[in-house]
Design a protein around this ligand. Structure first.
Ligand SMILES: C[S@@+](CC[C@H](N)C(=O)[O-])C[C@H]1O[C@@H](n2cnc3c(N)ncnc32)[C@H](O)[C@@H]1O
Length: 216
């Protein structure tokens, strides 16, 4: 069996140097997040921004829902990849980080494409039940992931993508000594999705691990 390369920080930098270039405002968000200390870990990895960009372009995706926006890096990456008439609805419950995210969206001239909704995402999802999306990106509170996943089926188009972040949970999903509620919850979600005949899915080892589900 072929062996995957281990991605050290040095290789990660190399990959980023020779991949898509980040826009000035994406860089500004990363710089801002770097000032936040521990909270910085909330943000997606640069490789995930590039992956979302590519998948939106090659799948002609127009309408996206994001669950968990924080200061806006993944949302801005999604929006920049969307066509001019594309739309992103970005959900988060945190007013303060949302203000910051919206200021970055304005700076990048993406505020017409991005609508933010500030409330618990389960409530927003119920209110959005008459809309349809080509892609849903789930990156919020982990214990609700299964509910977000299930509710996504009411609003995702056939052939659409449901992408879930953090599914490798810093590698703890395979550490048998880890039995805390977060690890158990992610393991249970991964098993649930792997048995789900409504999708075909792969886990890709970018950032903290993402599952990409294509809805059949
Ligand atoms: C991991 S961060 C999202 C990171 C973001 N995608 C990025 O690229 O920077 C998770 C976000 O989910 C939000 N969140 C947590 N629980 C939530 C809930 N019940 N409803 C809506 N948002 C929630 C948090 O406020 C936080 O901003």
């Amino acid at each position: 069996m072929g062996k995957n390369i281990e991605i050290s920080e040095k290789i990660e930098k190399y990959i980023n140097n020779f991949s898509l270039k980040l826009s000035p405002v994406q860089k500004e968000i990363i710089d801002y997040n770097n000032t936040l200390g521990n909270e910085k870990r909330m943000q997606v990895a640069i490789s995930q921004c590039h992956f979302l960009h590519l998948i939106i372009k090659i799948s002609n995706i127009k309408n996206v829902l994001e669950i968990g926006t924080f200061t806006g890096l993944s949302a801005l990456s999604i929006s920049l990849a969307l066509p001019e008439d594309g739309k992103l609805i970005a959900l988060d419950k945190d007013k303060e980080t949302n203000k910051i995210a919206v200021s970055f969206f304005k700076k990048a001239y993406q505020d017409k494409k991005i609508q933010t909704i500030i409330k618990p995402a389960l409530n927003s999802l119920d209110e959005l039940k008459n809309q349809k999306f080509d892609m849903i990106f789930i990156d919020a509170d982990k214990l609700n992931y299964k509910e977000y996943y299930e509710k996504s089926f009411q609003i995702i188009n056939k052939g659409g993508l449901i992408i879930i972040d953090n599914v490798l949970w810093h590698g703890e999903v395979v550490d048998e000594d880890k039995m805390d509620k977060y690890t158990l919850n992610i393991r249970e979600l991964n098993e649930h999705i792997s048995r789900d005949e409504r999708v075909e899915q792969i886990i890709i080892p970018l950032g903290d691990g993402m599952t990409v589900c294509r809805v059949l």
